[in-house]
Ligand binder design. Structure first.
Ligand SMILES: *Cc1c(COP(=O)(O)O)cnc(C)c1O
Length: 391
């Protein structure tokens, strides 16, 4: 049996079958089971923020797993407490934390906070077309992609969707029955669409006017990906609830909900929980990620590398490239005359992992530690990749 056949006989059919198997990684490079090396410009979908095998993460995880791997929430553990305090300090605003396991469960908790805020009378939620908030029921209910939602309806309601980036449409949808508005500061899965200037601030104002919560889904944009710890706070907008996951654990599964101000008092004992949430191994990994981003000055590095990457791709003036959009190390190359999936395949054959995030775009979300030399390798190979993708 080929790897593909074995895979298909073992797993549910919810993913398309992968074409390669990754076996190890160092820094921004990974190797497959046949010994081929790749420059990793995907980072497990914006997850492996320090790249692969980073000594800070390896040491933190190894020592914690040997000490105590799991406690449950019946007992306190020091890595979870230290991480919560660290996140409080990074936001610079009064807030409290709930730990879970991934992005979807962070948004599930945010949904329940909105229900508590609504007190059974305000049931409305406002989300945006194209939004991605996860695959579990409430997170899916907030996801503005009908193809992902419709097979599973009815989903928890009353969610209305408005075009992303349209202030008037957003204001028009928020009423006295709205419990919360949920937004990504940059729509990631929809194809890397940054919010227009002023959009997040207008959403903040509209939520304040109506007494609704503003939930910022920073699962993809948070933890340094944009060159800031949090994209919403960098835009001067303090949400009521922020959700984090992807890059937080540097490859270990962890999600977080940060509730600011009065939203931090909405849950009472018994309202919510997670057996694995706040797991000491994942929390130790996240602490190592944050310490390394701070000690290595990686936020500035991300801003510099992001600007360098987008400028050098634009400077190619290639006929198949319409432009580059994104912030920091979350970028999409917008294509014409060639599909994202053809470019993804051609790049892989040349030793580069990129992600066909949309029919007409590839997403680049490399490890935050990627070097300029590594990025230049990709940019120099891009014309040949596009040639092979179009032939
Ligand atoms: C990936 C993602 C999620 C879902 O995270 P999972 O860990 O896959 O559940 C939610 N919101 C955004 C913005 C994401 O990018």
């Amino acid at each position: 049996m080929t790897l593909q056949q074995e895979w298909e006989s073992a797993f549910l059919n919810n993913y398309s079958t992968p074409s390669i198997e990754l076996v190890r990684g160092v820094g921004s490079r990974v190797w497959d089971s046949e010994g081929n090396g790749y420059l990793d410009l995907v980072a497990g979908i914006a997850v492996s923020s320090l790249g692969h095998g980073h000594p800070a993460v390896v040491d933190a995880v190894s020592s914690q797993v040997g000490q105590i791997a799991h406690t449950s929430n019946l007992y306190a553990n020091q890595p979870a407490l230290a991480l919560a305090k660290k996140l409080q300090a990074l936001t610079g605003h009064p807030c409290k934390i709930f730990f879970c396991n991934d992005g979807a469960t962070a948004n599930e908790a945010a949904f329940k906070l909105a229900r508590k805020h609504g007190q059974g009378t305000r049931l409305g939620l406002v989300s945006t077309d194209g939004a991605f908030h996860g695959r579990t029921a409430a997170a899916l209910a907030l996801t503005g992609q009908p193809g992902k939602r419709s097979p599973f309806e009815p989903l928890p309601g009353d969610v209305v969707f408005v075009p992303y980036g349209d202030v008037e449409a957003l204001k028009g949808a928020i009423t006295s029955a709205t419990s919360a508005v949920i937004l990504e500061p940059i729509q990631g899965e929809a194809g890397v669409h940054p919010a227009p200037a002023g959009y997040l601030a207008a959403a903040r104002q509209a939520c304040d006017d109506a007494g609704a919560l503003l939930i910022m889904d920073e699962v993809q944009t948070g933890m340094g990906r944009t060159g800031n710890w949090f994209a919403s706070l960098a835009a001067g907008v303090v949400p009521d609830v922020m959700t984090l996951a992807k890059g937080l654990g540097g490859g270990l599964p962890i999600g977080a909900v940060i509730a600011f101000g009065a939203a931090a008092d909405l849950f009472i004992p018994g309202d919510h929980g997670s057996t694995f949430g706040g797991n000491p191994v994942s929390c130790a990994a996240a602490l190592a990620v944050i310490d390394t981003i701070e000690s290595q000055g990686l936020l500035d590095h991300v801003s510099l590398m992001g600007a360098h990457l987008s400028e050098s791709i634009v400077a190619l003036r290639h006929e198949n490239i319409v432009g580059v959009r994104g912030v920091g190390l979350l970028q999409a190359v917008v294509l014409q005359g060639v599909t994202g999936s053809a470019v993804e395949a051609a790049a892989r054959a040349k030793g580069f992992l990129v992600n066909a995030v949309a029919p007409d775009a590839i997403r680049l979300a490399p490890p935050l530690v990627i070097t300029q030399v590594e990025l230049d390798e990709f940019v120099q190979a891009l014309p040949q990749i596009l040639k092979e993708a179009t032939s």
